[in-house]
Design a protein around this ligand. Sequence first.
Ligand SMILES: [Zn+2]
Ligand SMILES: [Zn+2]
Length: 355
Amino acid sequence: MIESKFALHIHTTYSDGRGTHNELIDIARKAGLDGIITTDHNIWVEGLDGYHGDGKNKVMLLVGEEVHDRDLEPPGNHMLILGQNKELSPFSGNPQRLIDQVNNGNGLTFLAHPVEDPLERFNEKDFSWRNWDIKGFTGIELWNQLSEFKSVSQDLNSAVINALFPKRMSLGPLERTLSLWDKLIAARNEQIVAVAGVDAHQLEKNIGPFTLKLYPYLHHFQSLRTHILTDEPLSKNFAEAKNQILSALRYGHCFIGYDLPAATDGFRFTVHNDQGQYIMGDEVKVTGGLTFQIRLPQKNLCRFYKDGKLINEWQDRDVCTHMTTEPGVYRVESFIPYKGKQRGWIFSNPIYAWL
Ligand SMILES: [Zn+2]
Ligand SMILES: [Zn+2]
């Protein structure tokens, strides 16, 4: 397997972000990313998709869009759209039509920050997903750094500390989002892919003669990544490589890594049955025994979930196995101590073991 590290859900000067695409490419290079996916609000920016730089300096830029309904009050229904070479905001008023339109064009749809709290102190509204009468979307943003900030900064003290020291903020996806994800999969009996979104804007506040950069792009790019797994190295041909990345995301061949405390590169979650080996995101038939294997890049706390319930836990291990004959939706969470707190480190996509 080849692993590529991406930061998703980034705003540029085309909407309410402070960085240009070229600046973001340089920052991505500095952060050691393989690629970034920009998604500006209700605008698809044409002509920038591609590889930028050569050799070790090569960074892939994919341009998507974050579409939301401007007429909705309170606002909500923000959707990340990838793999479409056209403007889709005209469909923003009807999420199902938007999803159908993107599916017709073989693109991907992720519900952005599906669960949010308002942050009245900063005049930030709650942009949760509102319309659940939809089908056919690819997945959800399980961990959104901006949503997390809003939820954990409700009192003034936390707000100030989290704003000034971003490394002390992140703990993991919101419990409510994790539970929503498990419930959606169970209720719909279908795959729902989880990705991480940095939702980076690099907001700037002027304080007297100083400009304070809140949540710089570099912090986002160094911390919360979606690690994407492909069978082959990414093609040198950009169009082919783009298809490899989008296809891996479509099938959930990816995991969320909070790479600031320690790199999550090399995490693997696989299952064997009598037919062969499968990876996260795959569907597997339960025809006999299943042997799950989890490999962590270093020893840490590892939790194993079936249908949203914790069924096994290992402390301080880097290889964990679990054998079963039971069908279910299985996934992994791992935690790491960092800056005085136990923090979410790795969140896998599920392996769907159906009868
Ligand atoms: Zn949004
Ligand atoms: Zn956004």
